[in-house]
Design a protein around this ligand. Structure first.
Ligand SMILES: C[S@@+](CC[C@H](N)C(=O)[O-])C[C@H]1O[C@@H](n2cnc3c(N)ncnc32)[C@H](O)[C@@H]1O
Length: 226
């Protein structure tokens, strides 16, 4: 998957749709999961075939974890990055709201806990993780929901635990059409805009990168909970 191209329409957190119905942030998140569910087989096969190598950024995230530490992959997809972290000796867990992906992540990581729930329904134990990795997943939440999920992730980290976060770079927010998985909501951010969501974190690294792991421009943020 590369950076998103071509939006149908900008989508604020609450938007009046046809027939007087209002679409909330939660509904955009649900709509994205429906899109993933409909195309799960093809997406899982593509991602498995791509066999991406661990990115420079994933390696930097892992380098800051204590040996054998506990790491959560939030929006783990089919669990490839979990598998890589596990091979390094970390105790990993995953969360993904697309049940087919959560199941594939379990198969790839036998014995590992993978929670198959939407982020909004996922309660995380406070102070449980030394590190939380979230690669190209919180991009599917409208900004207000993204903000509250980041707060939840901060509470789930041990003091000084680290977050590795990637976001799609850009200025638009909306539902993607004409894509290989149409119907997903994307929220893109510029770097200064993204950093405004990181109040209460100590940001260790924040940069944009082009074509490093996925095509297009992506934001990479490494931060510590305080
Ligand atoms: C672009 S994929 C990235 C997957 C994986 N992190 C990777 O880098 O390969 C986005 C992932 O986020 C998950 N996701 C999107 N919205 C979600 C939500 N509201 N709750 C839980 N998972 C969600 C999708 O199911 C999908 O696996």
């Amino acid at each position: 998957m590369g950076a998103p191209q071509g939006f149908l329409a900008p989508a604020p957190a609450r938007r009046v749709c046809g027939g007087g119905l209002e679409m909330t942030g939660a509904q955009y998140a649900e709509r994205t999961l429906v899109a993933y569910r409909m195309h799960a087989g093809r997406a899982a096969a593509n991602w498995a075939r791509a066999q991406r190598k661990p990115s420079v950024f994933l390696k930097r995230f892992a380098a800051g974890l204590p040996p054998g530490g506990r790491a959560l992959d939030y929006g783990c997809g089919i669990g490839c990055e979990m598998a890589w972290l596990r091979r390094l000796g970390f105790r990993v867990e995953g969360v993904d709201g697309t049940l087919d992906f959560a199941e594939a992540a379990r198969r790839r990581n036998p014995g590992v806990r993978v929670i198959g729930l939407p982020f909004s329904a996922c309660r995380l134990e406070g102070g449980r993780y030394d590190g939380i990795w979230s690669n190209a997943a919180l991009i599917h939440l409208p900004p207000a929901v993204f903000r509250s999920e980041l707060q939840k992730l901060r509470r789930a980290l041990v003091p000084g635990g680290r977050l590795g976060l990637t976001l799609a770079w850009g200025r638009r927010k909306g539902v993607l059409t004409g894509d290989w998985i149409p119907g997903r909501y994307f929220a893109c951010y510029t770097l200064p805009e993204a950093l405004r969501f990181l109040k209460g974190w100590r940001v260790l690294e924040a940069r944009t990168a082009v074509g490093e792991e996925r095509s297009g421009r992506w934001i990479r943020i490494l931060a510590e909970g305080q």
